[in-house]
Structures are given as C-alpha cells and as structure tokens.
Design a protein around this ligand. Structure first.
Ligand code: GSH
Length: 203
C-alpha cells in the first residue's frame, strides 16, 4: 500500500498517525496536488490528498474513509464498534477536521493578493468555527485523560492533529491560554511516537 500526502496536510497526518498506531506497513509518498507533476488525480478524481492506494491498485479517499478502512484491517481498534461510541468518536473527528478546514481556508485566503481576499465577514466566519470548535473540545474533554471513553481512539488523534495544525500555521493564536485541558492533552499526545514522528514544521 502507499499513501499520497504532504507534510503540510493535517488530513494526511491524521492518516499517518493511524498507520503508526496500528503498525500497518505503508509507503509514504510526498505528492503535492497543486504541482503539475502530481499523480494525485490519477487516483482521486477530486485531486486531493490524502489518498491511499491499495495493493490491488484501488484507491481510498478521503481521510475519514481511509482511517475507517485502515481501522478495519488489523491492530487495536481506534474507532469503537459499539454504535453510540462510534458516532461519538466520529463526531470528534468531524470537529477536528472542521477546525482544520477553517484554518486551511484562512491560510489560503491570506496567501491571496490583498485586493483578492474574501474580506472581514469571511474571516469572522472561519475564526468563529475555530473558536467554537476549540471551546467544544475543551468542554467535552474536561479533566478526562482521553477525548472519548477510557482509551486512546481516533477522537484523540483528530483533536491532536487539529491542535498541532493550529501550532503549525497559526502560531500567534494562543489557544492554550483559554483551553488548559486541551493544552494538557496536546502535551500527552506529543509524547507518543506516532505524533512525534509525524510532526510538521511550521509553515
Ligand atoms: N476532506 C478531505 C480534505 C482533503 C484536502 O482538502 N486536501 C487538501 C490538502 S490539505 C488538498 O488536497 N487540496 C488540493 C485541492 O483541493 O485541490 C479529507 O479529509 O481528506
């Protein structure tokens, strides 16, 4: 199997952490879909990373589907089987991914020439998603060790990836100040091999 991704993609990092946690062997191929030489659209018609290319040549995307596929292959379950727990963990994933989506939107907008940017209303909408997402994660984690239940799951991965992405691309946002439970979670996650090995450089 091979995973197409890039160090700048938080969605690809989420998948890489799952691969590490489950000890699944997979080649990691850096492919930036915006480059002309990219092969991504040969595997994913949407032209987006991450894409997982299976041994039979079939492709799996997007990141929530890849993660679910990998979780079913082998190793300790990161998505619980019981229905209510499963939905709860996937809701955490949606929250983490949503914070990443809003952060990517702001990043891309900020890279446009000033007169082509989307304006204040857009900024307020995206920063609101990040702020409310963080507040919800802080409230729901509380004093617990893990985001959901009494064990490490995809919920912790998705939440940790979103926090790591904020550090990577919005270093000036001091999210730790008002979210002490998330700050402690991020510290615990940083000590895991899977997080340490996949940590991206600041963009
Ligand atoms: N919902 C998708 C989002 C994937 C995504 O937005 N990937 C970005 C890189 S971080 C991408 O490939 N962008 C290129 C494009 O959209 O053309 C997932 O979770 O995999």
């Amino acid at each position: 199997m091979k995973l197409l991704g890039s160090p700048a993609s938080a969605y690809a990092r989420k998948v890489r952490i799952v691969l590490e946690e489950k000890h699944i062997a997979c080649d990691y191929v850096v492919d930036r879909p915006t480059r002309p030489e990219s092969k991504v659209k040969d595997f994913n018609p949407l032209g987006q990373i991450p894409v997982l290319v299976c041994l039979d040549g079939s492709a799996v995307y997007d990141s929530p589907v890849i993660v679910e596929y990998l979780d079913g292959l082998s190793g300790p379950r990161l998505i619980p089987e019981a229905f209510a727990d499963r939905i709860a963990v996937k809701r955490w994933e949606a929250l983490g991914d949503g914070i990443v989506d809003a952060t990517v939107s702001l990043l891309l907008d900020g890279r446009r020439e000033e007169d082509k940017r989307q304006g204040e209303e857009f900024q307020v909408r995206q920063t609101g998603k990040i702020a409310r997402g963080l507040a919800t994660m802080e409230r729901d984690l509380g004093a617990g060790e893990f985001c959901h239940g009494g064990a490490f799951t995809l919920a912790d991965i998705a939440c940790g990836v979103a926090l790591g992405y904020l550090d990577q691309v919005r270093a000036t946002l001091d999210w730790r100040k008002d979210h002490p439970c998330l700050a402690r979670l991020a510290e615990r996650l940083a000590a895991r091999d899977s997080f340490a090995k996949t940590k991206g450089d600041p963009l």
